[in-house]
Ligand binder design. Structure first.
Ligand code: NAP
Length: 330
């Protein structure tokens, strides 16, 4: 086995890893959101029989949203879970294979690459990392039950549903300011709730939000719960003022979280380059520093984070895989 990173010969030590080269996949795709399904579709149509490792959150962030109105081709919009299911069916039609598992370890130094799925091992000539980024949630008792019913981490996706309503954005960074400003297009009032009175947001974004007539701020305040799960809609938040410890109920129709995302790239932390927040660094859109390993979608994109941009970069990664395998004579 030739090491790609250092050029030195590397031998597999584990008894698990003694399969013949017949078992080596052409391409494994890690993650089954928009980017992963698109990469699967393209590599399947290139007869590479991709294996998609679905990951912890099959379907990715789209499976958490309701109506998607900004994915071209659906004039009436389409439900997020339906869109993602369609993408999967389309890739499967051309021979993509799916496995409900997640990658627990990886060796990208040897050729072929080795991926650990718990106790199982998969080896592959190329790897597309499309493991996405997971929204950071607050961890409130009723939060998960109300996702898609007034609790959201995506203003662009869900803001429209709160036209004429009063809503809340949680966070004190650029994402929260951006969400708050975007949501003023629909809401009659947006209250930004932040746990401190200092903000991480850039001055310009904070200024814009503070000057906006529809945006109000509640600082030194934390959300302790969200109601009302039994009605399947957001009616109020339980807040605590950190200065005096007092709780009170704050009526609202929605709670948007802008408290950051966590890219799902930890498993590669010591093998691929990441930025200070853990996003995979890529050049020429999808190239990582390891030849044959590509990254696409939200795991490497902290800027656009849209379904359509994720799909586009999934396509790019797939085309690079084809070219790489061809160049290698496979
Ligand atoms: P961020 O800068 O890390 O800010 C996260 C905010 O959420 C912080 O104010 C933090 O509070 C708060 N927070 C985190 N966990 C919390 C919790 N459990 N409970 C309550 N509050 C919590 O993240 P971001 O706003 O997503 O930005 C990430 C990066 O993307 C930044 O570099 C940002 O500049 C960039 N970005 C840029 C733009 C733009 O330029 N248009 C837009 C979006 C993002 P504390 O401050 O108390 O820690």
């Amino acid at each position: 086995m030739i090491s790609r990173a250092g050029g030195a010969e590397t031998e597999f030590k584990s008894d698990n890893l003694t399969e013949s080269m017949d078992n080596v996949r052409n391409v494994v795709i890690m993650g089954s959101g928009c980017a992963g399904h698109t990469a699967a579709l393209y590599t399947a149509r290139a007869n590479l029989v991709p294996l998609v490792i679905e990951g912890h959150e099959p379907g990715g962030q789209l499976s958490l949203t309701t109506l998607v109105e900004n994915f071209p081709g659906f004039p009436e919009g389409i439900q997020g879970p339906e869109l993602i299911a369609n993408m999967r069916r389309q890739a499967e039609r051309f021979g993509a294979e799916y496995k409900l598992a997640h990658v627990t370890g990886a060796d990208l130094k040897a050729d072929p690459f080795t991926l650990h799925l718990g106790k199982e091992v998969v080896r592959t000539r190329t790897l597309i990392i499309s493991s996405g980024a997971s929204a950071r949630w607050l961890g409130l008792a009723n939060e998960q039950a109300l996702i898609g019913h007034g609790v959201s981490s995506c203003a662009t996706c869900d803001g429209f549903f709160f036209s004429g309503k009063e809503i809340v954005v949680v966070g004190g960074g650029d994402s929260a300011m951006e969400e708050a400003l975007f949501l003023t297009r629909f809401a009659t009032k947006v209250t930004v709730i932040h746990r401190r009175d200092q903000f991480r947001a850039s001055k310009i974004m904070l200024d814009r939000a503070q000057k906006h007539e529809k945006v109000e701020f509640l600082t030194n305040t934390v959300v302790e719960d969200v109601y009302d799960a039994s009605k399947k809609e957001v009616t109020a938040l339980k807040l605590r003022d950190l200065r005096n410890g007092k709780n009170w109920e704050f009526p609202t129709s929605a709670m948007f979280l802008g408290i950051g995302h966590i890219p799902n790239a930890k498993v590669f932390a010591d093998q691929l380059d990441t930025d200070q927040d853990g996003y995979l660094k890529t050049t020429n859109y999808v190239f990582t520093k390891v030849p044959g390993v590509y990254a696409c979608g939200d795991v490497q994109d902290r800027r656009y984070r849209q379904a359509i941009t994720a799909a586009g970069s999934g396509c790019m990664a797939a085309l690079e895989v084809e070219k790489f395998l061809e160049d290698q004579g496979h």
